[in-house]
Design a protein around this ligand. Structure first.
Ligand SMILES: *Cc1c(COP(=O)(O)O)cnc(C)c1O
Length: 368
């Protein structure tokens, strides 16, 4: 198969969920609990002459993956993923947001994890194919969407340590309600002092499953302290704020300016983060990507210079941060209401995604 051959064979399910079962799921999808009837797959192989290529693009019924127990992904974690959403607009059409940015990031992650580059047209077509086959699964309630999870795994059965010569790229889809459930409530955040998610030269800027595996112990610690999420710091750099386990962070200052930690190689470059930077500038706000330390956060909240703090990512879009807990030290107050700027940017972004606010940047791609 050549890079531009994006024909997907259609091995469609003969056991689709009934309309009744589907409606029951869509009535309360939550996040990541239920999956649609199909999965899109493209496999990759390096042949004897050392030339790699993608082959056998297809749609298959959703179901377990048969993997050799020696598959490299099971031993050395050679895996990357993406997260994006498909939204149904009022006219019935289905759109996704900044898919080109996700395609580019998948390939940056692939380069870091020594996985093959996936042509952007194949990436886009895989989303189109899956969403077309399973378009009945897109919930249309307020803030609801079909979450798309493209991922790439090393499937070669080989225990030597080198990049796998057989790889599988797949997409699954999961109807999504509101990430943290119902209303937009500020979440309390735990500062991780015992664990880091990324180090200099590591994989922090790649969307790799291993980063999430290494964040779970910190997540447990957060939960033991009554917090939903973890903030990771660069503790070698004056306690510079990095990001949450799966979301970037923004600060709103009293003068209206926005600050988000600069990309340093240890922070994941969120598509939501880039979009908020652009929307902030569109509003005439000063937006800086710079180092911001825990001390500046603490002092800024105390003096009133920092008025709002929020987290952002595809799954939850924008979530206000309530209280930050650093051991026995607290920053901000629990139960503070969501900030005005936070909620205004959130509704603008969601509005663009759901087709009720004009998409002046050409960020939407029609899937169906
Ligand atoms: C996916 C992810 C984000 C958010 O990225 P979006 O493209 O906005 O969804 C932030 N941090 C980490 C570690 C992530 O994996």
């Amino acid at each position: 198969m050549t890079a531009t051959d994006t024909q997907f064979a259609q091995h469609l399910s003969t056991q689709r969920k009934s309309a009744e079962e589907r409606e029951a799921v869509l009535a309360n999808p939550g996040f990541g609990n239920f999956f649609t009837d199909h999965t899109a797959i493209v496999d990759f192989r390096v042949d004897e002459s050392g030339v790699g290529g993608w082959h056998d693009a297809r749609l298959e019924p959703y179901g377990p993956i048969a993997l050799d127990p020696a598959a490299a992904v099971l031993h050395y974690g050679q895996e990357i993923f993406e997260g994006m959403k498909a939204y149904r607009h009022a006219d019935g059409s289905v759109w996704t947001f900044r898919a080109d940015a996700n395609a580019a990031r998948l390939n940056r992650s692939a380069a870091r994890l020594a996985l093959p580059q996936l042509p952007e047209e194949l990436f886009l077509e895989s989303l189109r194919q899956l969403v077309s086959a399973d378009s009945d699964w897109i919930p249309s309630g307020d803030g609801e969407s079909l979450y798309l999870r493209p991922f790439m795994i090393a499937t070669e059965a080989f225990l030597g340590v080198r990049p796998a010569r057989e790889v599988s790229y797949r997409v699954i889809a999961s109807p999504a309600g509101n990430y943290f459930g119902g209303e937009v409530k500020p979440v309390d955040i735990w500062v991780s002092r015992n664990y880091a998610r990324a180090g200099r030269g590591g994989t922090g800027a790649a969307k790799a499953g291993g980063n999430y595996a290494s964040s779970l112990a910190a997540q447990l610690e957060a939960e033991a302290h009554g917090c939903k999420q973890v903030l990771f710091l660069d503790q070698f750099n004056d306690n510079a704020v990095e990001e949450l386990g799966g979301m970037n962070v923004f600060f709103v200052f009293r003068d209206g300016s926005l600050v988000t930690p600069a990309l340093s190689g240890t922070i994941l470059e969120g598509v939501t983060r880039s979009s908020i930077i652009q929307l902030g500038r569109d509003r005439g706000l000063q937006v800086s990507e710079r180092k911001i330390t825990l001390d500046e956060w603490r002092d800024g909240v105390a003096s009133g210079d920092i008025t709002e703090v929020f987290a952002c990512g595809t799954a939850a879009v924008i979530t206000p941060i309530g209280q930050l807990r650093d051991g026995d030290d607290f920053i901000g107050s629990a139960g503070a209401p969501a900030g005005e700027v936070t909620m205004s940017i959130r509704s603008q972004l969601l509005g663009i995604q759901t087709g009720v606010v004009e998409d002046t940047h050409g960020w939407l791609t029609r899937l169906v």
